[in-house]
Design a protein around this ligand. Structure first.
Ligand SMILES: Nc1ncnc2c1ncn2[C@@H]1O[C@H](COP(=O)(O)OP(=O)(O)OP(=O)(O)O)[C@@H](O)[C@H]1O
Length: 368
């Protein structure tokens, strides 16, 4: 039942806005794959889903399913199903009949539709609630029914618009587990809209970062963290360290000194910003081998871990302490920047060489 979704040059420009909401988006979701469209509020994520579902019309560009253009095809004939943040169940139908509804609409006899629906209810673990009305369900249960109903329609492409964002963290985690199981069992093609990078990491094969109506980068989430294409992507994903400098001979040169770059980081010689994720940096005693020496300037608790600010050569780097590690302001520390975690972004997205300031200042300037 799954198919390949291909989006090319998709553009939507609402008359009231000064710039396109979506600006020539290209995106492919392979059959049976799950791609997350991750972006801040207002970046155009829901607009993209609506265009695929046929609820809105692009100004240009195409949406193809298995190579067939959906231009001019109304929503109900596209073989796509959109699941929203609110489950939108039919209140007057019980759970089983909610799930059976798309099968009846497609022409299945009632008995057959209910038998089929029962199987999808079983998949989402709600067989025992088949005869309950939606009003008697919890938010998580309602969303399970919505997923069962969506899958029962056997769509070519399942479109999920922040489906779990209204649920509390525990239920959301359960829904993530469920969706992983559903993916394994039914292999739907999924385009998932989310602003939650952890959700993208758990659910999607790859993640497309949508910034200002454009796909800034589409890759595996670990690559987005370790090898962002720009400071904007690095900052959007919560990266805190960006150090202005220059790249020359495979190394980055800045106030921190000369730091070798991994061989796969190919940046032309010239101005470039070094980026290293805070969780990739290790702090060690000063008598151990380290790349830099610094002094802890602030420690902020973050659950089991803490954010540790370290001043190095007049610059502030943010790091994360590991479980059981304790640091106090004033501690002298060695700073290890593992070679494979170092990255540099090119000048189009970085500040001018020689400018100074804390790494956070650099990020702020680069992303505003
Ligand atoms: N029908 C419309 N008419 C005019 N502007 C619109 C319309 N639909 C969306 N927009 C504008 O397009 C931009 C993107 O909206 P969209 O809902 O796609 O963003 P989003 O990334 O899904 O945001 P959120 O995460 O907050 O839901 C917003 O500035 C919004 O106001």
């Amino acid at each position: 039942m799954s198919a390949t979704l291909t989006i090319t040059g998709l553009t939507r420009w609402y008359p009231a806005t000064g710039a396109p909401t979506l600006d020539a988006i290209d995106l492919t979701v392979p059959a049976g794959g799950c791609v997350a469209l991750l972006g801040p509020s207002g970046s155009g994520k829901s607009t993209a889903l609506r265009l695929v579902a046929g609820l809105d019309t692009p100004d240009s560009g195409t949406v193809l399913i298995d190579g067939r253009s959906l231009a001019g095809i109304p929503p109900e004939l596209r073989h796509t199903v959109l699941v929203f943040q609110s489950p939108r169940l039919f209140p007057h139908l019980n759970v089983l009949d909610n799930v059976a509804f798309p099968l009846l609409v497609a022409g299945s006899p009632r008995g057959q539709a209910r038998d089929d629906a029962a199987q999808f209810l079983d998949l989402v673990g709600l067989t025992s609630l088949a005869h309950r009305r939606p009003a008697t369900l919890s938010g998580g249960q309602e969303q399970r029914v919505a997923l069962a109903r969506a899958l029962a329609a056997r769509p070519d492409v399942l479109l999920l618009d922040e489906p779990f964002s209204a649920l509390d963290p525990t239920v959301r985690a359960e829904m993530h587990t469920l969706l992983v199981e559903l993916r394994a069992a039914v292999e739907p093609t999924i385009l998932l809209v989310t602003h939650d990078q952890n959700e993208a990491a758990v659910l999607a094969d790859t993640t497309a970062v949508l910034l200002d109506g454009r796909i800034a980068q589409h890759d595996r989430i670990d690559q987005l963290y370790a090898r962002p294409v720009s400071l904007a992507v690095h900052g959007f994903l919560g990266g805190r360290n960006a150090v202005a400098g220059r790249v020359d001979d495979g190394a980055h040169h800045s106030r921190l000194g000369t730091l070798e770059l991994p061989a796969d980081v190919v940046v032309p010689r010239g101005p470039a910003t070094l980026v290293v994720r805070q969780e990739a940096i290790r702090l060690v005693p000063t008598d151990r081998r380290a790349d830099l020496l610094g002094v802890v300037s602030a420690v902020t608790a973050r659950g089991a871990r803490a954010l540790v600010e370290v001043t190095v050569a007049g610059m502030s780097l943010t790091t994360e302490s590991g479980p059981g590690e304790r640091f106090e302001p004033g501690d002298r520390v060695g700073v290890v920047l593992p070679l494979d975690q170092r990255h540099a972004v090119p000048p189009a997205t970085s500040m001018r060489s020689g400018e100074s300031g804390s790494s956070r200042d650099v990020l702020r300037r680069a992303t505003t």
